[in-house]
Design a protein around this ligand. Structure first.
Ligand SMILES: C[S@@+](CC[C@H](N)C(=O)[O-])C[C@H]1O[C@@H](n2cnc3c(N)ncnc32)[C@H](O)[C@@H]1O
Length: 268
């Protein structure tokens, strides 16, 4: 087993924090446990040697690394309070006041697509026959190319749909030959998937009505989180919302967002 020395550990933690915002200060065992076999299989003798190859910025190598250190766990209709709020507060407001009839949503850290597709289904269900009058744009981004491949494919196991209302399963999925569930084209076309590292500057020209960044910032240390929330503040329209994971919090002195209800914030 390849051992992680103290200096390699510090170098690794510093590099991952500076480049990907991931806080690994308390994860020495996890790093060793999840990476050392892979490093050995690559024929490398030390973490130092592996770090040198990572620093060459080989995208595939970095994606594998991020996949090993973070979790992509997600499912449809996760933390449904947000979808209730979208349906009962945000969409009625937009319907009344949004004369341009364009809704921009960003699912930041979308993993394999369950979150942005759930959002598309809620919006589709809300507008129903009136949907053709609206332009619904859902941008879904993640750092990991692997999860994005799965997201674009849009095929899921029955288990990941277990929290969905059965009427949604019936309406928005097609059963495949091998008993999986594929998202219907009408929903797929509402979502654009792109690779994006949340540590990079946000360059989109559009401002968002809602940003979902749920269960992503758990990996980030406090300063990285504050910087990211401030970037989200700039990227959201006045009156727009930021949704974070229910296990995450933003303190009052950390951002200009106003707390609305658990894990829901607004730019006023
Ligand atoms: C646990 S999943 C959350 C999925 C979904 N938002 C949810 O709540 O179910 C966290 C995702 O964040 C992504 N992630 C972690 N660090 C990132 C970064 N710096 N930039 C973009 N995505 C990142 C991971 O690749 C992973 O897919």
């Amino acid at each position: 087993m390849v051992k992680l020395t103290d200096s390699e550990f510090l170098e690794f933690v510093d590099y991952m924090h500076k480049n990907y915002g991931i806080d690994l200060t308390k994860k020495r065992q996890l790093i060793e446990g999840r990476l050392s076999n892979m490093i050995e299989r690559k024929g490398m003798k030390s973490f130092g040697q592996y770090m040198t190859s990572i620093k060459r910025n080989n995208r595939e190598e970095i994606t594998t690394l991020i996949n090993k250190l973070t979790t992509n766990y997600t499912y449809f209709y996760r933390e449904e309070n947000h979808f209730k709020y979208l349906k009962e507060v945000i969409l009625p407001y937009e319907e009344k006041n949004n004369t341009a009839k364009v809704i921009n949503i960003w699912s930041a850290g979308c993993s394999s697509g369950e979150e942005p597709y759930t959002i598309a289904m809620i919006i589709n269900d809300y507008f129903a026959l009136k949907k053709s009058k609206w332009k619904i744009q859902i941008l879904a981004t993640d750092i990991s190319e692997n999860v994005l491949l799965k997201a674009r494919e849009g095929v899921y196991s029955e288990e990941s749909l277990s929290k969905m209302p059965p009427s949604f399963v019936k309406r928005y999925f097609l059963k495949t030959k091998d008993s999986k569930y594929e998202v219907i084209p009408e929903i797929k076309e509402c979502v654009t998937f792109k690779a994006f590292n949340l540590m990079e500057p946000i360059r989109e020209r559009n401002k968002y009505d809602v940003i979902f960044c749920r269960n992503v910032m758990i990996y980030f240390n406090i300063n990285t989180k504050i910087n990211l929330v401030n970037k989200f503040y700039e990227a959201v329209k006045t009156g727009g919302h930021l949704m974070i994971g229910h296990a995450e919090t933003i303190q009052r002195d950390q951002s200009k967002f106003k707390y609305i209800c658990p894990a829901t914030y607004k730019k006023e």
